[in-house]
Design a protein around this ligand. Structure first.
Ligand code: NAP
Length: 331
């Protein structure tokens, strides 16, 4: 089949393009070509989606995969130009479309959504406006437009935390990277449920979806697991010689450690008010063909990425060695 990846130069879009090529499909990536490169064997057509006519000159395709992160107008314009001409459309949305971040076990059939926002935003807008409501709202509006145009030909996937080769967020990778350095490791004492998805598993599912014509709206998540067990299993997969030093939520808060992501954070640690964010019920996704690789594979992929980037680098998420030592000393 002929696949158009709107994006395809970094992480998720690139992984989908690579998997499609591996399975013998013809792949065109439409992007500016500024964030990265397309996989070997894919063709890059340079487009600027901020230009209202940016997608006008694209050739014919059988399927589209759109990773538009925070722009309803991008999605709307792509649909105008391409929706009538393709058999299948994947839209990569996010778990942040759900309004309730506290209740575990939600599904696409049961979870209420944030209000749709037919807007374009930048990363600075997300920071200025407090993040997930704006991000989720734009994704809800985008999803709605995709389903309205494509009907049963639309495959909408809402990933939670994605890890694996090409991950630029430094979140999941913090743990294998930290364990690989050994020694006394600060870990959250809380055992709240968390979920992750390896980008290669997401890519494989997306490619199978357009190959088989799978339609519907699904969460892109693996089974939920207690953070304590997950960290112990990651340490075992790394083969690390570490001593866990657990800290209570209040101790971490007092020490100025942020949850989930960002500077001076402990990635994957969630406060109680977010107990539902990473504990959705994955049954419908697994039944629809999402295959989750063993944790050891995901850890190996994340650790390879960490080593590529440098274990002692300045991180986008996590604690530096000095920050961790400071928090440990204050416990
Ligand atoms: N990371 C996570 O854990 C996570 C979790 C949930 C959902 N998601 C979703 O997963 C997706 C991530 O996608 P991704 O990793 O492939 O890419 P991304 O970092 O979101 O980048 C978007 C793509 O759009 C292209 N692009 C940016 N500006 C453009 C412009 N003006 N015109 C044309 N193309 C432009 C970029 O390429 P160029 O810069 O080369 O143009 C890039 O390939 C997003 O939809 C995100 O919301 C991610």
């Amino acid at each position: 089949m002929r696949l158009l990846a709107l994006g395809g130069t970094v992480f998720v879009g690139r992984a989908v393009a690579a998997e499609a090529l591996r399975r013998g499909h013809e792949v065109v990536c439409a992007a500016r070509g500024e964030s990265g490169t397309v996989p070997d064997g894919a063709r890059l057509i340079k487009v600027d989606r901020d230009d209202p006519d940016g997608l006008a000159a694209l050739p014919e395709f059988d399927a589209v995969v759109d990773v538009a992160p925070i722009s309803f107008p991008w999605v709307e314009r792509a649909l105008e130009v391409l929706a009538d001409r393709v058999a299948h459309w994947t839209f990569v949305s996010t778990i942040n479309v759900y309004a309730d971040e506290a209740t575990p076990g939600q599904t696409p059939a049961t979870g209420a959504l944030v209000n749709p926002l037919r807007r374009h935003a930048t990363r600075d807008d997300l920071t200025a406006e407090g993040g997930t409501g704006l991000y989720g709202g734009i994704k809800v509006a985008s999803e709605n437009a995709v389903r309205a145009e494509l009907g049963e030909r639309a495959f909408v996937v809402r990933p939670g935390l994605i890890t694996g080769p090409g991950d630029g967020s430094d979140r999941f990778g913090y743990w294998p990277g930290r364990f690989a350095r050994g020694g006394r490791v600060l870990v959250p004492a809380s055992d709240r449920l968390v979920q992750y998805l390896d980008v290669r598993d997401l890519a494989a599912w997306v490619v199978t979806a357009f190959e088989t014509g799978l339609g519907g709206t699904f969460d892109g998540i693996g089974p939920a697991v207690g953070l304590g067990k997950l960290l112990a299993d990651i340490a075992a997969a790394v083969g690390a010689d570490v001593e866990f030093v657990p800290a209570m939520d209040t101790q971490l808060e007092t020490a100025g450690v942020a949850p989930w992501s960002g500077p001076r954070s402990l990635p994957l640690w969630l406060p109680p008010t977010y107990a539902g964010l990473a504990s959705h019920d994955p049954a419908s996704s697994l039944a629809a063909g999402l295959d989750i690789r063993p944790l050891a594979d995901a850890v190996a992929g994340a650790l390879e990425r960490e080593r590529e980037l440098g274990l002692d680098r300045e991180r986008r998420s996590g604690l530096s060695a000095a920050e961790e030592a400071e928090v440990l000393a204050g416990l």
